[in-house]
Design a protein around this ligand. Structure first.
Ligand code: 5GP
Ligand code: ZN
Length: 118
């Protein structure tokens, strides 16, 4: 974990230098709409500190991750998909297709999402 990484787009969203459509600010977390949504509702939730992925999580960050997941449910409710259902996903590394190396949880819904793999 580092406070911020100059090369990281999500850190620059946290810093306010890259604009984002913020849907929830949890103080130490931020949720904003994905710039390239994969479903009618697609938000991304991040810790404001720079953590590369779940793979490097430490015990000190357990509460932070639990908080993000709880907030993801609140954001899903605010965005109107808690009744219809939604998916929360975090990609880790190359085979998962992780593009941004700052821990994030996708909150996706608003239409039937199909199986995890088809
Ligand atoms: P990953 O593939 O790393 O799990 O997901 C990264 C996500 O971040 C992608 O869905 C991508 O569309 C989104 N994304 C990448 N750059 C930006 C950006 O500058 N702003 C926003 N709001 N989303 C971004
Ligand atoms: Zn970052």
């Amino acid at each position: 974990m580092t406070e911020s990484n100059n090369d990281c787009i999500f850190c620059s969203i946290v810093a306010g230098t890259t604009p984002a459509d913020v849907v929830f600010d949890g103080g130490d977390t931020l949720f904003f709409r994905d710039i390239n949504p994969k479903a009618p509702v697609h938000a991304v939730g991040i810790p404001k500190v720079h953590i590369t992925s779940l793979d490097v999580l430490t015990g000190d960050e357990h509460a932070l991750v639990g908080k993000i997941l709880h907030e993801a449910a609140d954001v899903a409710r605010d965005l109107g998909v808690s009744e219809s259902g939604y998916r929360v996903i975090t990609n880790v590394g190359k085979d998962a297709g992780q593009e941004i190396e700052h821990l994030h949880f996708h909150v996706i819904g608003g239409e039937p999402l199909g199986p995890l793999r088809s």
